[in-house]
Design a protein around this ligand. Structure first.
Ligand code: XMP
Length: 513
């Protein structure tokens, strides 16, 4: 499938992925590449347009990322955002200055309606600003097309050369008409037609996999999460019986989850997959006995997962292809990011070295999460699976603080089940980003009936987030919390107290360990 493409050049800003997602929301395919992509590579890539992202540097900084001036002469339309705007000005002979005070937050933007970027937005519209440096003089040939009270050149353009630059961030939702501006760039400046559709993606991916795999054997680690489920169904539509899915139940899944996965993907399910369920609960509990350190727990669960998977793979014999549910943010982050490891994430990343196979197939490698969901719906996967909350690979193992035991797993499963049931009943499940119950390692005194109790405290976690990198704690109504708390204490043996986690990320993380 040959799509028209927009190229996002990454100058290190925090909203890079968001820009690409927004372009794709306009039905135009888009990829993020490092800012120093060579001119030859760019020409080979042949984008319909290029977007320069923001970034933390100053164009005058010693190590600041720069671009080859030649890029402006290639004839591709360019949109510079924030740092990208300053870099455009600086490279083309304008002046960038350092302000004494940063402009940060929502600001009113006054727009020139004769600009193609602003023709469909209000004359005064609110946008999100986050900068210290600013363009004080536009390069020759550029017209100033927007200003704010503190920023005289908030947008500038050279219509003939199709070079546009904005100091604010149209990609973030706080810019109320940002999408309209991006759409105008993509459609009216770059002349895209909007040929990126998920139905086409699913169909063409199935055809490509068919052609590639031929009569080969394919193995997939299925977790029941949205990514691996969509990958498995794509593969099964392409190669049917040649695919075997292995589902490892590590005993750290949510209540009933193992059976739910089996119902959908097992032999009696809709997809008629070769489905192998491995009930490995006891093995995992045994390995986790006495272990309290979070990173150690994560490592043990990850390693044991690989061992179990390896044993099953051996039974199947050598395979030609291994399927992984890698998605685009994983690709971008591992390719460009330099961020510190806060937690070692466990997905199936460790598998390749232990399974004898020829090649990896990653059918979702180019998709963002919301696109994976759309493909899932196209493939007829039930909505409750497609919109399921993210669930970490180590599962409840990192929602039980301290040592993991079968008894504690049961407690947190039951509490979490009640929590989810009541949130759904209250009709707020779709409003929350992620929510779950965790078992603290705190025991405290309570009174039930006339009896003294000395039991565990359950912590309720709920966050609002769009990217899971930052999150705000969710304000669940008190009356809903009241029902949840009463039910948990009454119905879950071993719990006498319910606590609410009202910390955002940062400084906390979403999970507890
Ligand atoms: P944290 O706790 O790092 O979580 O704020 C951010 C998001 O990542 C999920 N998470 C994981 N997902 N393997 C995964 O596949 C992991 O080891 C893992 N740890 C955290 C978490 O549920 C949240 O959505």
């Amino acid at each position: 499938m040959q799509n028209e493409k927009i190229l996002v050049l990454d100058f290190g800003g925090q909203y890079n992925q968001l820009i690409a997602r927004r372009v794709r929301e306009c039905n135009v395919y888009c990829e993020v590449h490092p800012y120093n992509m060579s001119i030859e590579k760019i020409k080979e890539y042949n984008p319909k347009g290029i977007i320069f992202t923001g970034g933390p540097n100053s164009v005058y900084g010693e190590d600041s990322p720069q671009c080859d001036k030649e890029i402006f002469n290639l004839g591709y339309p360019i949109l510079g955002i924030c740092y990208g705007c300053q870099l455009t000005a600086f490279t083309l002979g304008g002046v960038v200055e350092h302000a004494t005070v940063s402009e940060y937050g929502k600001t009113m933007l006054n727009t020139d309606k004769t600009s193609v970027l602003f023709k469909n937005v209000k004359e005064e519209t609110s946008v999100w600003m986050s900068h210290t440096d600013f363009v004080s003089k536009a390069p020759i040939g550029f017209k100033i097309t927007a200003y704010t009270k503190d920023c005289p050149i908030a947008a500038m353009e050279n219509e003939n050369r199709k070079i546009y630059a904005v100091q604010f961030h149209p990609e973030v939702m706080h810019s109320e008409e940002g999408m309209t501006m991006l759409r105008a760039f993509v459609y009216d400046v770059c002349n895209c037609q909007g040929d990126w559709k998920m139905a086409d993606f699913a169909q063409s991916t199935i055809e490509q996999i068919k052609a590639k795999v031929g009569k080969g054997k394919v193995l997939c680690a299925l977790s029941g999460g949205v990514d691996s489920s969509v990958a498995a169904v794509l593969l099964s539509k392409a190669v049917g019986e040649q695919l075997t899915c292995v589902f490892v139940d590590h005993g750290l899944l949510r209540k009933n989850e193992g059976d739910e996965v089996e119902t959908v993907f097992g032999p009696n399910g809709h997809y008629k997959l070769n489905f192998v369920r491995v009930n490995a609960q006891e093995r995992f509990y045994e390995k986790l006995k006495g272990v309290t350190e979070p990173e150690r727990k994560r490592k043990i669960i990850g390693e044991e997962f690989i061992r179990v998977f390896e044993e099953e793979a051996k039974k199947i014999g050598s395979v030609d292809y291994l399927v992984q549910g890698t998605i685009y943010p994983d690709v971008i982050e591992s390719g460009l990011g330099k961020s510190a490891t806060i937690k070692s994430h466990h997905n199936v990343g460790g598998l390749p070295s232990v399974v004898d196979f020829r090649e990896i197939i990653e059918p979702l490698r180019l998709l963002f999460k919301d696109e994976v969901r759309k493909v899932g719906l196209e493939l007829g996967i039930p909505e409750y699976l497609v919109y399921r909350q993210p669930f970490p690979g180590p599962g409840l193992g990192i929602r039980i603080i301290g040592e993991v035991t079968a008894e504690k797993v049961k407690i947190v499963q039951d509490a979490d089940y009640i929590y989810r049931e009541e949130i759904a009943k209250a009709g707020i499940d779709k409003d929350l980003g992620q929510y779950f119950a965790a078992l603290t390692n705190m025991q405290s005194v309570g009174v039930m009936g006339d009896e003294r109790t000395y039991d565990y405290a359950i912590a309720l976690r709920a966050v609002m987030t769009s990217d899971f990198m930052t999150a705000d704690w969710a304000r669940i109504p008190y009356d809903v919390l009241d029902i949840i708390s009463r039910r948990i204490v009454n119905e879950v043996k071993g719990v006498n107290r319910v606590l609410l986690d009202c910390t955002s990320k940062p400084p906390a993380t979403i999970e507890f360990e």
